[in-house]
Design a protein around this ligand. Structure first.
Ligand code: CMC
Length: 424
């Protein structure tokens, strides 16, 4: 049962005359939620396809107001965090509930550095894959392989904290290894003296043959991309992590479930799909053709990077991403037709009644792909980058769930199959 106390009561009237009183809960911000836990005792379930109106849990980590386009982590607006703080500040905030002091941040960084490296056996795990494997497939395998190395009992606070640090530290290393393996280049060891984002860029792009200097503008952009993806309350991947965790699974296996869920084009895979779409559109004059396809009910095509289950307004992350995109392209002196197509597509879609009526606005994935591509990250790695940033949100949710000792997630269904029948 929730820790919350009901503030109101709802009454459910059934046409057979039954009346059922239900508690109504109110969080700190946001919609009221009707508690339906007692319904099953009355022989009833709720039906909410896609869980669009269902709160899976109570959580104090992240708040989204989809109508206003607001995203808060532990109360702080995402743009304030992205523009003024580093990803590790935000990671600490998500995990611990408060911004770190300078000392706490130094200690946090030190611990992360100490866990950057992965066991050398991982080089063999990678060798088992085809070089052209999709990096998300390799990341799923690599993150669940961590469970084979770390199988503490995960009950004590110390175990929980160490698991969070290990995951945060090892995900960039594994992600960069995925990339290096795919291009047949040697893995690069992490560098303790670099920032979290700088170290990731180093592991991705440095070679043993020459010095590599991290470009501060790209480092900041990478850091912002991680921050903007850090958490987003109960999306498909986070609720997958929670569902798997609810059975008491190893946390590294839970994260692998999150990665698997993130992979799909309706979720994290949209950044990859969005850049592929912008490339396919190619030039501004072809935009009307694609807008028409997106509006055609007989065509499954959707404008990638547009629309969101929760935001019915401009995604606040997309605003930061848009600004960062301009910074990166300016720094690199890139004048890409992709940006031109993206900006014009955004302009046309935002003035088209189809998109206005359905409240379809650019989401976080609309501009992120252009930035990543400019940095030199291949398109197939885009969702891996999303997974890397989101890892902290998954762990924060896993941690919160552990502290609450919640029930196993076990939804029901409306059965629409055969009546009981027998073999002849
Ligand atoms: N292009 C064209 N039409 C769209 C789009 C789109 N991108 N998104 C939604 N619609 C239409 C949809 O056809 C439906 O129209 P109608 O009412 O006439 O049937 C209406 O808008 C509502 O759509 P829905 O599918 O009920 O909305 P949803 O909340 O289930 O879907 C979504 C949300 C993100 C899956 C969807 O907007 C979409 O597929 N977007 C493209 C993929 C994308 O960019 N995903 C990244 C999401 S942000 C990153 C993350 O958090 O994972």
């Amino acid at each position: 049962m929730p820790n919350l106390h009901p503030t109101l009561t709802a009454e459910l009237h059934l046409s057979d005359g039954r009346k059922i009183a239900l508690p109504v809960y109110q969080g700190t911000l946001g919609y009221n939620a009707i508690g339906v836990e007692t319904l099953q005792k009355q022989g009833l379930f709720t039906y909410d396809q896609g869980l669009t109106s269902t709160a899976l849990c109570e959580s104090s980590i992240t708040y989204i107001d989809g109508d206003q386009g607001i995203l808060l982590h532990r109360g702080y607006p995402i743009d304030e965090l992205a523009f003024n703080k580093t990803y590790l500040d935000t990671a600490y905030l998500l995990l611990e509930g408060e911004m770190p002091t300078e000392e706490q941040l130094t200690e946090f960084k030190k611990e992360i550095c100490a866990h950057y490296m992965v066991n050398d056996q991982f080089t063999r795990l990678f060798q088992g894959f085809r070089r052209d494997s999709h990096p998300m497939a390799v990341m799923c395998a690599a993150s669940s392989a961590l469970a084979a190395f770390y199988n503490d009992d995960f009950q004590s606070d110390k175990d929980t904290d160490r698991t969070a640090i290990r995951l945060l530290a090892k995900m960039p290393t594994l992600a960069a290894m995925c990339y290096k393996y795919s291009i047949g280049r040697p893995f690069m060891y992490p560098q303790y003296h670099l920032s979290y984002a700088g170290n990731f860029l180093y592991m991705m792009f440095a070679t043993p043959c020459e010095p590599y200097v991290v470009n501060p503008v790209l480092e900041r952009a990478m850091d912002r991309i991680f921050t903007l993806h850090a958490d987003h309350e109960q999306n498909a991947s986070t609720s997958s992590v929670r569902s798997v965790a609810s059975s008491g699974s190893n946390p590294f296996a839970c994260i692998a479930a999150g990665i698997a869920s993130l992979w799909g084009a309706s979720h994290g895979g949209a950044n990859e799909a969005c850049v592929r779409m912008l490339e396919e559109i190619g030039t501004v004059d072809r935009i009307p053709e694609f807008i028409a396809k997106a509006k055609d009910k007989n065509d499954p095509f959707r404008l990638m990077g547009f629309g969101h289950r929760v935001y019915k307004n401009y995604d606040p992350r997309a605003k930061v991403m848009r600004e960062t995109c301009h910074e990166v392209l300016q720094e690199l002196g890139i004048n890409t037709p992709l940006l031109e197509v993206a900006m014009e597509l955004e302009r046309i879609a935002l003035s088209d009644p189809y998109f206005i009526e359905r409240k379809l606005y650019p989401n976080v994935d609309f501009y992120s792909g252009i930035i990543l591509k400019a940095i030199g990250i291949p398109v197939s790695m885009f969702t891996v980058i999303f997974a890397l940033g989101r890892t902290v949100g998954w762990i924060a949710n896993w941690k919160e769930m552990n502290e609450e000792h919640l029930k196993i997630v076990r939804p029901r269904q409306i059965y629409t199959g055969h009546q009981e029948r027998h073999l002849k």
